[in-house]
Design a protein. Structure first.
Length: 190
């Protein structure tokens, strides 16, 4: 049921996921779906769980806490990247299913190895997870073209916009994500 709900969102967008559309895809009646799913909230849970189940990572051999946190963060980003129509739901709703708790716990474990405890652990977790969410939203959910240093942009008036427009054309989102994490880790040094 989860994969079917996600397939509907992937193909037609969040608004198209209804009890009726899910029932039709499953070859049953909408009332049958109510036996398994608790209204709109339940439908949304199916989608977030289906995305987060795809989040995988490997524990890095280095043993460095930063590498461990980066592996989890990138695993989540790569799972979300494949489902851009679900990103607004992932940001707004989150999930309390084990599929979402496992990456959170792994990220917290890496930060804990880095020396973070209590309130500092909470803040560090929010900084990294906020970066993942924000990056997904900006880079993946509604990709906007970077400023084009061509005819529409006055490069003398907006030289830094022209600069980042050129840089965006020379890199890909995953490379930018990794670079962003490196910047964050510099600031998170305990």
């Amino acid at each position: 049921m989860q994969s079917t709900a996600l397939a509907i969102v992937d193909e037609h967008g969040l608004a198209s996921l209804t009890m009726r559309s899910l029932a039709a895809e499953l070859g049953t009646g909408a009332m049958t779906i109510y036996n398994y799913v608790d209204g709109r909230s339940g439908l949304e849970s199916l989608v977030t769980e289906a995305v987060m189940i795809q989040s995988t990572w490997e524990e890095p051999e280095s043993g460095d806490w930063r590498d461990a946190v980066a592996a989890v963060a990138e695993g989540v980003l790569l799972a979300v990247r494949d489902h851009p129509n679900a990103i607004p739901l992932m940001l707004a709703r989150g999930a309390l299913h084990e599929s979402a708790l496992a990456p959170a716990e792994a990220m917290l474990a890496g930060l804990h190895r880095g020396g973070y405890r209590g309130a500092e652990l909470l803040v560090a977790f929010r900084v990294v997870s906020g970066f993942v969410s924000g990056f997904a939203q900006v880079e993946l959910a509604a990709p906007r073209p970077e400023p084009d240093p061509g005819p529409g942009l006055d490069e003398e008036r907006f030289p830094r916009l022209a600069e980042i427009g050129a840089a965006a054309g020379e890199s890909d989102p995953v490379t930018r994500f990794r670079a962003g994490l490196r910047l964050i880790f510099r600031g998170l040094e305990p």
